[in-house]
Design a protein. Structure first.
Length: 489
């Protein structure tokens, strides 16, 4: 190995491991020829592959393996510490409503993906994500439904979006998997399932799986200024690795701005959903109630499907506050109860009980997570507002492992769906707390293996290309330590 080659490798290691900030300082120490080669290589890594920009990366062989989901119980699903007795009571009634199976006379349908919030958000506890046994398979046997080919008993809970309408114009909306037609309590409703197999043949179907809502109230309490502060931090390291953060909007000449996904009306930062498309937990609850179960509410009062014969089975909106209730808690609408439950739901607790891992290995993996550059997007900690309400949530460190920004993840993870200002290739950095007990990864649940999920971060145009390569360049023992750390979260 020549001296120049060793120097180039050292420069790339500095850039990839966040040890060479600012990277240009390190590059300036090399010869002009070596520095140029380093910059070309880094730029190719940003584009996605070789110097022609092609996405040809294949992980090298390694003995490192995903330890698998932790089976420990009690690490998730509890209420936040410090709640008052009344707040804990509201948390509990919200949880019961979140877990309840809905019926047609309560507004279920006409189209739906499942009949309860808790059915989708149940791994490893209520509020989590897709469970080991997919409840949608059982629901497909009710009424006149058939099971779409992309759902399986041991696969993830999924919702379906179509990329384009029949005329080629953008669609992007959720298409309910099932209907209430054929149920004994839905006589007269004849809504039909979409023609999923035909849309699959058109390559027009994309999937989403449920996002966990653990610690959601703490995420909601993070001020915009904290997100912007973190976005500006370590800018030299991010720039060297091709990490840009979320382009906010397309401007004249197709130029872009580097800000988070903003609410279109008040200009504040969205943070919930796979593309940070929802501003608040109340909006998140109302939209999910309508989209996933077909239940209209005060946030989304209009039926998605107004087929005749399906609109007289429940009052309109289907769920609203009961102003004549005997107590304030009884008067809350369902989406308000869901919101209270999610707002007071504690984050998952990390663990050292990872299969085959020692505490030292997990600690070493935590360091590698930062050194490789993962923490530049999966920010370990953000802080809530000092005056957040209730007081038990004020001024708290939130160990969510996300910057809540949108990042271009390249063609490999693109779904072609624009939400707000998020393009079809942009995704919110997924919070990693609770990762150790998840069974399915990425927005569509395409894999349950962490190494495969990391590999999928690499493709043409992805901001994560350099960091992904840096991970797979680690010795096997260090790769294993990082995987152990992820499964400890």
């Amino acid at each position: 190995m020549t001296k120049e080659t060793r120097h180039l490798g050292f420069l790339l290691l500095l850039v990839a491991c966040n040890g060479g900030e600012p990277a240009d300082t390190a590059l300036a120490q090399a010869s002009t020829e070596t520095a140029t080669a380093a910059r070309e290589t880094i730029e190719a890594m940003r584009r996605g592959g070789g110097r022609d920009g092609s996405a040809s990366f294949t992980p090298p062989p390694s003995t490192a393996r995903d330890p698998g989901a932790r089976e420990s119980i009690g690490d998730a699903g509890a209420a936040l510490d410090g709640l008052s007795d009344k707040q804990r009571y509201l948390f509990n009634i919200g949880k019961l409503d979140f877990e309840e199976v809905e019926e047609v006379d309560e507004g279920l349908g006409p189209t739906l993906n499942l009949d309860s919030c808790g059915g989708c958000h149940s791994q490893p506890a209520t509020g989590g994500t897709s469970p080991r046994i997919n409840p949608q398979v059982a629901l497909a046997k009710v009424g006149n439904n058939t099971l779409p080919s992309f759902l399986s008993l041991n696969g993830p809970v999924r919702e379906v979006r179509f990329v384009r309408n029949a005329d080629g114009s953008p669609d992007g909306g959720v298409h309910g998997l099932f209907t209430i037609s054929g149920r004994p309590d839905a006589v007269g409703c004849t809504v039909q399932q979409p023609r999923f197999e035909a849309e699959l043949a058109r390559n027009n179907v994309v999937f989403r799986i449920p996002t966990p809502v653990f610690g959601a109230g703490l995420i909601e309490a993070i001020p915009d200024s904290e997100i912007r502060r973190n976005a500006a931090a370590a800018s030299n390291s991010k720039q060297a690795l091709g990490i840009r953060g979320r382009p906010n909007m397309l401007l004249t000449g197709q130029s872009i701005t580097g800000t988070p996904n903003h609410n279109g009306n008040d200009g504040t930062i969205g943070r919930f959903g796979w593309k940070a498309q929802n501003k608040s937990l109340l909006i998140f609850s109302g939209e999910a109630y309508n989209v996933e179960m077909g239940i209209t509410n005060l946030a989304f009062p209009t039926e998605r499907d107004e087929t005749a014969g399906c609109q007289i089975l429940a009052p309109q909106p289907n769920s609203e506050a009961d102003l004549d209730a005997g107590s304030p808690a009884d008067g809350l609408s369902s989406i308000e109860k869901f919101t209270v439950f999610m707002r007071f739901l504690a984050p998952p607790r990390p663990s050292t009980q990872v299969t085959g891992a020692t505490a030292d290995s997990i600690d070493a993996g935590r360091r590698q997570f930062t050194d490789v550059g993962c923490a530049l997007c999966h920010t370990p900690t953000l802080n809530t507002h000092v005056a957040a309400s209730p007081a038990s949530m004020a001024g708290k460190a939130v160990d969510l492992y996300s910057d809540l920004l949108l990042h271009d993840m390249g063609i490999g993870l693109a779904d072609g769906i624009q939400q707000g200002q998020a393009s079809g290739r942009e995704w919110r950095t997924a919070p990693l707390w609770g990762l150790g007990q998840r069974l399915f990864f990425l927005h569509d649940g395409r894999t349950g293996d962490l190494r495969e999920a990391i590999t999928a971060h690499y493709s043409t145009g992805s901001e994560a290309n350099a960091v992904t390569k840096a991970f797979f360049a680690l010795p096997d023992a260090q790769q294993q330590a990082l995987l152990n750390f992820l499964r400890s979260l």
